[in-house]
Design a protein around this ligand. Structure first.
Ligand code: SF4
Ligand code: SF4
Length: 442
């Protein structure tokens, strides 16, 4: 048996090669304060993942993951602070330890401000998928995303974005929906489309004001006295997603990818959720710090949720540990009755446990802070998602939804796309190619 036995099922790990260290000081960032986890680190240099730890991690991540495609997801802090040589070495090690039949991919989440031509060349050559953090147009972006001197960062991020485009690096955008930004859905969406984001992730900002700490300076999870003023308002979050969805579903399906919409399309078509937050259980998306300490999840990097260190126990064993299994099943087992009875539970499942800190109308604890928003959004998309689900099941491109909406005939989703010269299934009496199939190239 291998020194590093495979875990029982695929998993995903966010790697923090430089811990929480960042060149920016975004006011809403929950990860910056994780410096408190390492009280013996005196200087920023001590937060760097050593070369031997990198090798141990790369080897274990490849050998322990039963998936045929293993993704390395580099995150921070700001991972580019590690410098290019660190990533060159990571790619070398991946090649060295990758057995036949496995594929390795790399994803890098960055604020984009330190990217140079050399980075652009490297990222393109090694086909890194880059996630660029950008909060929409200048005023909304600079509202919270500032550097350590409190200066705005928009121009530096746009320079990074353009550099990625120039070098042909595949990238998506990650936008944090903070309180003000939530009131500008179409402005944000159109800005991202205009600047070449073909794949968007929208992350709701929910940060709690905490009453105490656990001695390490970190908040005690489960004790909250409210949310920070930059947190998105729950219903406005749902309105934000709904307005973007309406624009997307009428114009951009198949051309622009919005992560939440993609995931929901799969769920409505009857597939398991592609992301942990909408799944019934979780526990297969973990985080590892530069020291080799493994935590249950990126949102639970806290001593209570430290599973162990990969120098002491193999990664696969830590991931399959009873503690981690319980972490994952607790998501389902602690769901309030209010959610169990909810008409959109199948698509929400109470979302992420980190946000479950309000009470239900009948006083049960553990309801998700964003509930009103999710309920609004998921009911809002129902008519279109039911059609998209049929398209997916019938193996018709989801983009057909746009024609179906224009035709006003949802039955078109029931059939396979007819030959271009056949009568149009909308019963207009015209040929399909001159009617609902007018945009079709088939
Ligand atoms: S706690 Fe939330 S983010 Fe973490 S694995 Fe579970 S659902 Fe995913
Ligand atoms: S929409 Fe609200 S009630 Fe329904 S499952 Fe989600 S969090 Fe629970």
């Amino acid at each position: 048996m291998s020194e590093y036995p495979a875990a029982s099922a695929p998993f995903h790990i966010l790697v923090k090669p430089i811990g929480p260290i960042c060149n920016l000081d975004c006011q809403y960032c929950f990860y910056l304060r994780k410096e408190a986890l390492f009280p013996d680190h005196q200087a920023a240099a001590e937060f760097r993942m050593s070369e031997s730890m990198l090798e141990t991690f790369v080897r274990q991540q490849i050998l322990s993951n039963p998936a045929s495609r293993v993704e390395f997801a580099w995150q921070g802090g700001e991972p580019t602070l590690m410098g290019l040589d660190f990533f060159r070495r990571a790619v070398e090690l991946q090649k060295q330890y990758c057995p036949p039949g496995k594929t390795i991919t790399n994803a890098l989440q960055t604020n984009g401000t330190l990217l140079t031509d050399d980075w652009g060349k490297f990222l393109a050559e090694h086909q890194f998928l880059v996630g660029l953090s950008i909060d929409g147009p200048r005023e909304l972006h600079d509202r919270y995303r500032v550097d350590r001197g409190g200066r705005p960062t928009f121009d530096r991020v746009m320079k990074g974005l353009n550099l990625l485009r120039e070098h042909g690096v595949e990238f998506n955008t990650l936008t944090v929906i903070h309180r003000e930004l939530a009131y500008h859905p179409l402005e944000v969406y159109e800005f991202l489309v205009e600047h070449g984001s073909g794949y968007m992730q929208f992350i709701p900002l929910v940060e709690r004001i905490i009453g105490g700490n656990n001695g390490s300076g970190l908040p005690i999870l489960g004790q909250s006295s409210g949310v920070a003023p930059w947190s998105v308002e729950p219903l406005q979050f749902g309105i934000f997603l709904s307005e973007i969805f309406d624009q997307w579903v009428s114009r951009d399906v198949g051309r622009i990818f919005v992560h939440t919409f993609d995931v929901q399309a799969g769920i409505w078509a009857g597939y398991p959720s592609m992301v942990c937050i909408f799944g019934e259980t979780c526990g297969r998306a973990l985080a590892i710090e530069h020291t080799g300490d493994l935590y249950s999840c990126d949102h639970f990097v806290d001593p209570h949720y430290r599973l162990g260190n990969i120098l002491d126990e193999p990664l696969g064993k830590l991931i399959d540990s009873p503690e981690q299994r319980k972490f994952g099943t607790d998501k389902r087992d602690t769901l309030p009755e209010y959610c169990r009875q909810c008409e959109v539970r199948f698509a929400c499942n109470g979302e992420c446990p980190k946000n479950r800190f309000i009470t239900t109308p009948d006083g049960e604890p553990g309801l998700n802070y964003l509930c009103a928003g999710y309920r609004h959004f998921l009911n809002h998309i129902r008519p279109d998602m039911e059609i998209i689900a049929k398209l997916i099941k019938n193996r018709i491109p989801a983009a057909e939804i746009m024609k179906i909406r224009r035709s006003g005939n949802p039955n078109l989703a029931e059939r396979n796309t007819p030959p271009r010269n056949a009568p149009c299934p909308c019963n207009s009496g015209r040929k399909y190619k001159h009617c609902c199939g007018a945009d079709s190239k088939k």
